[in-house]
Ligand binder design. Sequence first.
Ligand SMILES: [Zn+2]
Length: 55
Amino acid sequence: MTGSETYVCDTCDLEVAHEDAIRTETMGDLDPTNWQTLCCPNCGTRLKTVFVGEE
Ligand SMILES: [Zn+2]
């Protein structure tokens, strides 16, 4: 995995580095050990759901 990826928050337009995003468990039925939701550290909006499990 890279870790240098950035995301732009739709709500507050903050550019969030991958390592600065807040990680939360996914909603729905995805396995939380393999998937995490990245959220904006400023407003909490969900940025992206990423695979964090091992290959
Ligand atoms: Zn935001």
